[in-house]
Ligand binder design. Structure first.
Ligand code: ATP
Ligand code: MG
Length: 286
């Protein structure tokens, strides 16, 4: 696994599966540096090898979305140090809410699995007869509890999110997530892309203001499909021609029984993933 780079004036404090976090060496605790590595995770495992250039691509995409959503308060706090400029964000250090704010406009992935068993997604009843990849009548908010490191995130009901953060904040998270999803999906569609689903993370600043944090609408945190393929395809694979980590997930699901260490990603999967991530940025104009 790649190690966190040394950055003058910053102390490495934490590494997530994909990002390395730093605090100012000066001891200020109101800002931090979030450096996106080339690591790729799937099914809660960091895979080998990394995907060259991925950290920079994801950072560019996040920054572009933050600029498209300029009226939504976010965590950006200026220019990162030059040596990591391409893949770092200088951000306000927020009090993160322990909820992954997932919005789904289409049914697939874990939502599809649950729907086949119970006709619901995260407890929300859906119309009968949906196929994998179908559009939902309305986008739905399906929060997950952000588990401490090493544990699996867990889908929760809206009521459970109220228990975790209180009624007012839970409603604010839901409404903000749905509103941002709708805007982003519309913008993506104008560029021939479907934003099938995505996950946001929010935190609060010292004034209690809710701010959009972490990565935003990236190909790690979202599913993007080609609109024309979705309209014309006849199999699920054709309909969900993806610009995201699904390529990696699908390969891994077919080549690993989820026991022990995952196998190394083959070069052609890495190459295809980079090409699709790059095409997404080009299409969006990011
Ligand atoms: P994965 O994305 O693979 O699930 P991860 O979520 O464990 O991994 P990373 O994305 O690698 O973690 O690391 C980013 C971490 O930084 C997350 O824990 C995220 O909640 C946190 N974070 C993002 N923005 C801020 C912020 N402005 N203030 C405080 N913490 C933040
Ligand atoms: Mg993350």
């Amino acid at each position: 696994m790649s190690t966190a780079p040394e950055i003058a004036g910053w102390n490495h404090t934490y590494s997530g599966k994909v990002r390395d976090l730093y605090a100012p060496a000066s001891g200020d605790d109101d800002r931090m540096l979030v450096v996106a590595s080339d690591r790729v995770s799937a099914f809660d495992h960091v895979l080998e090898p990394g995907i060259p250039g991925k950290g920079a691509l994801l950072t560019r995409l996040s920054n572009w979305w933050f600029s498209q959503l300029a009226d939504v308060p976010n965590h950006l706090a200026g220019e990162p140090p030059v040596e990591v400029a391409e893949r770092a964000m200088l951000v306000r250090s927020l009090d993160m809410l322990p909820i992954e704010c997932v919005v789904r406009g289409y049914i697939t992935g874990s939502g599809w699995l649950e729907y086949q068993e119970s006709g619901t997604v995260c407890g929300i009843a859906l119309p009968e007869g949906l196929q994998n990849g179908d559009k939902l009548p309305e986008p739905i908010y399906t929060p997950a509890y952000k588990a401490p490191l090493g544990e699996h995130d867990e889908n929760i009901s809206y009521e459970k999110s109220v228990e975790l953060v209180g009624e007012a904040r839970a409603a604010e998270l839901r409404d903000a997530s749905l509103a941002i999803y709708r805007r982003a999906a519309e913008l993506a569609e104008a560029k021939g892309l479907i934003l099938a689903d995505t996950k946001f993370e929010f935190g609060t600043d010292e004034d209690g203001v809710l701010r959009l944090a972490d990565e935003v609408l990236t190909s790690d945190s979202s599913r993007y499909w080609d609109l024309a393929s979705w309209q014309n395809g006849s199999t699920p694979a054709e309909r969900m021609a993806s610009f995201d980590k699904q390529i990696v997930r699908d390969w891994l699901a077919a080549n690993w029984d989820k026991q022990g260490t995952p196998p190394e990603l083959p070069q052609d999967i890495i190459d295809r993933t980079v090409a699709r991530y790059e095409e997404l940025l080009t299409r969006l104009g990011a």
